[in-house]
Design a protein around this ligand. Structure first.
Ligand code: GDP
Length: 298
């Protein structure tokens, strides 16, 4: 990920270093190049504009003629501002003081919710939590079966409607799961909800009903980073439709440009909390804006 952006920025800074002294014109030219690099990485236009103007303002405040190592200082400013657009501080899960902590996953079909549910459960187990997975996706044939496979792999119990009871009501399943967790002393409940191929009213309504029924501590919006700016648009629709607390970016392993990652937190105003970069249980991590910015700057 970020390969092209990394190369482009590294060229920009190499060019600057070779100059020694820097003028205002050099800063202008640099900002133009960074702007193009970000746009080519598919970063949202308003994010690019805000970023460039913030970086430029700080660079002009450097008193370049006096600066000892101006390029290094510019890189530091770019790094700071990148951390800012990626969300600033790392945002950890807020665990409820009165267990179970309820985490609801929402997003389009194919975004990677079910896969993520397993990764999250496995990660929670490593931290000595006792998670319960809940199959509230009763729309897609075999969604329950898929979550059961994921649960088995993660070594985590799956709460699902009993076979033979018809399709079942996802809102009721979600509601019952909280009671089940309380009785069996699971301290985190991860509710996997249904997605669709596109945003529609019925999907939003069901997600909103489940949200109301389980009163989640965290609603995580799960989105495929490979869809670029569409990820930002979908995030906006879900945030307006049900409201969420944090974003999980999936399929970062297939996303060469990084535009969604570099846009979503700033545009939506919600932190990226986790990142997924593969199909395996371990291909997953807490999202650290500072580490991500360092990676971009090489
Ligand atoms: P859901 O419909 O939102 O529950 O999505 P799934 O969890 O079923 O994932 C859809 C597809 O994406 C599956 O084939 C997953 O194996 C795949 N997938 C999920 N997360 C990742 C990821 O981070 N990287 C890659 N390469 N594939 C992923």
């Amino acid at each position: 990920m970020f390969d092209t952006l990394q190369d482009r920025l590294s060229d920009v800074f190499k060019g600057l270093r070779s100059k020694g002294r820097l003028t205002e014109a050099d800063i202008d030219a640099t900002m133009r190049e960074i702007r193009i690099a970000l746009l080519e990485a598919d970063v949202n236009l308003s994010v690019v504009k805000g970023f460039i103007s913030a970086v430029k303002e700080r660079c002009l405040g450097l008193e370049l003629s006096k600066a000892l190592n101006p390029t290094q200082q510019i890189i530091k400013i770019v790094d700071d501002e990148l951390v800012g657009i990626l969300g600033g501080e790392t945002r950890n899960v807020r665990f409820s003081k009165r267990p179970p902590t309820v985490i609801m996953l929402a997003g389009l079909q194919g975004a990677g919710k079910t896969t993520l549910a397993g990764k999250l459960a496995s990660w929670l187990r490593e931290q000595k939590h006792a998670p319960l997975l809940v199959a509230a996706d009763l729309q897609r044939p075999n969604a329950v079966g898929q979550l059961q496979i994921v649960g088995e792999r993660a070594g985590v119990h799956v709460f699902a409607p009993q076979p033979g009871n018809g399709v079942g009501d996802p809102v009721q399943v979600a509601r019952d799961s909280i009671e089940h967790a309380r009785r069996r002393l699971y301290d985190v409940v991860i509710v996997d909800t249904a997605g669709r191929l596109g945003v529609d009213a019925e999907l939003m309504q069901q997600a909103a009903d489940i949200k109301e029924a389980v009163n989640p501590d965290e609603v995580l919006f799960v989105v495929d980073a490979m869809i670029g700016q569409d990820a930002v648009n979908t995030a906006r629709a879900f945030n307006e439709g049900i409201g969420f607390d944090g974003v999980v970016l999936t399929k970062l392993d297939g996303d060469a440009r990084g535009g969604a990652a570099l846009s979503i937190a700033r545009v939506i105003g919600k932190p990226i909390m986790f990142a997924s970069n593969g199909e395996g249980l371990k291909d997953f991590d807490v999202f650290h804006p500072d580490r991500m910015a360092s990676r971009i700057l090489g």
